[in-house]
Design a protein around this ligand. Structure first.
Ligand SMILES: *Cc1c(COP(=O)(O)O)cnc(C)c1O
Length: 434
């Protein structure tokens, strides 16, 4: 086991190709994963575990769904990449639009980072303005302008979160506390003339899961509309996972039931689920905005592997299998697990709060109220989470290796999986009380 780790660190910085995989948030040494099927992953030592990472979201059907694998194999046999248009990419884009009405036009890309980066460029071009607003703790990928307070509570303008981001790239990014209507209204009152866009996670899920305060997304939509700015709704994580039409769909259904007109974002970004585990992401939105993209308009955007036929085959198969009935199953599993774990913790007097948005949830140990801002979140007990992580892993449950992540369930998780997870958490909590 230490052999893998040494070899990995001798060639990959930190032994990983994406930082959270290094387990810095929980300590210890990750064992590489060898394979995954259904709700289970198996590491290179042959240990099978119930997986609650789901590749950080994409594996909503469970890992290696036979029909998705078959679709990928069939597509691969016909050629891995053409650098030309295909029918399947049109079909995937149509499917996205049919389920998510605000995506009137769709451009497929390979990563969520590309989708949000392009959305910002497009909003700036369309408005002729430079500044945009993001919220502390919301993550939108790793492009320069968006790496500002992507995990920092500083409610200030233009402080880069990463070395190598120039003040120039960050200075047009205005960072506000999430959910703070007064701060948002004040920012528009002060800078309205120069604000190109507001970018927001449909429901924040990269600082743990936060339920958007009632009316917050609607306020963003109406301020953007009134002030001539573009609302960019980031559904890279929530899209087709938080609900059948993402978290936007959750609020739309709620609004319609309450007799309200639904609010509508101008641009939307997708990723994760729409690729079914292969690299597909997308930018969608209002036709007049989207048609400013090249080759129709002046906003350049391109990709050698955009709409790659093998990746699109995985996405299309996943999206077709992701029926309302499958969503209902994922919801039932999320309900059972979120409630079961919370009850087990409560029974053992472990202070915690549950963050819940559609099918997404996470636990905040040490907090007694669900948090809203990154500042709230940062008061959680991350040391307790690290103990929980290692305790349940020994019993065959693979949690995300960070207190700032959702616990991802899939349609493949069974009632027995839920019972086992709850029992391992309960056993950990017993140990904490002892
Ligand atoms: C994962 C994620 C991204 C970045 O997507 P990548 O495919 O990792 O580049 C952007 N926004 C949100 C909300 C995400 O969860």
């Amino acid at each position: 086991m230490s052999d893998y780790a040494e070899r990995a660190r001798a060639i990959l910085p930190g032994g990983v190709n994406s930082p959270v995989r290094a387990w810095n948030g929980v300590g210890g040494e990750p064992v590489p994963i060898a394979e995954a099927r259904g709700s289970r992953i198996v590491d290179a030592d042959g240990r099978e575990m119930i997986d609650l990472v789901a590749s950080w979201g994409p594996a909503i059907l469970g890992h290696a769904h036979p029909e998705v694998v078959a679709a990928v194999q069939a597509a691969a046999a016909k050629g891995l990449s053409f650098g030309a248009t295909t029918e399947a990419e049109v079909e995937l884009a149509e499917l996205i639009r049919d389920r998510y009405a605000p995506a009137e036009r769709v451009r497929l890309v390979s990563t969520g980072t590309e989708a949000t980066m392009t959305a910002i460029r497009l909003a700036r071009a369309a408005t002729g303005r430079h500044t945009f607003i993001k919220f502390a703790g919301c993550y939108h990928g790793h492009s320069d302008a968006l790496l500002v307070a992507a995990g920092s509570g500083l409610a200030t303008a233009g402080v880069p979160d990463s070395a190598g981001v120039t003040p120039g790239a960050a200075q047009d990014t205005l960072v506000l506390p999430y959910g703070d209507e007064a701060a948002l209204t004040a920012a528009f009152a002060e800078h309205g003339e120069s604000i190109a866009a507001v970018i927001v996670e449909a429901a924040p899920a990269n600082m743990g899961v936060i339920r958007p305060p009632a009316g917050f997304n609607r306020l963003i939509a109406s301020l953007c509309k009134n002030e001539g700015a573009v609302m960019i709704l980031d559904e890279v994580l929530t899209g087709f996972r938080a609900g059948p039409a993402g978290y936007w769909g959750v609020e739309r259904d709620h609004d319609v039931a309450a007799g309200l007109d639904p609010w509508t974002p101008d641009l939307v970004t997708f990723g994760k689920v729409i690729g079914g585990g292969l690299p597909v992401a997308a930018l969608g939105g209002r036709r007049d905005l989207m048609e400013q993209l090249a080759p129709l308009g002046p906003v350049y955007q391109a990709g050698t592997l955009s709409g790659n036929p093998v990746a699109v085959a995985a996405g299309l198969a996943t999206m077709r299998l992701l029926t309302d009935e499958v969503h209902a199953r994922v919801t039932a599993t999320a309900d059972a697990l979120a409630l079961g774990v919370s009850d087990a913790l409560t029974a053992r007097r472990i202070t915690h709060a549950v963050g819940r948005a559609g099918t997404l949830f996470s636990f905040f140990l040490g907090l007694s109220e669900p948090p809203v801002t990154f500042e709230d979140v940062s008061r959680q007990d991350t040391a307790a989470f690290a103990r929980l992580f290692h305790a349940v892993r020994r019993e065959g449950v693979a949690l995300p290796p960070s207190a700032y992540e959702a616990w991802f369930v899939s349609a493949a998780h069974t009632a027995a999986d839920v019972d086992h997870i709850v029992a391992t958490v309960a056993a950990w909590a017993d140990g904490e009380r002892a």
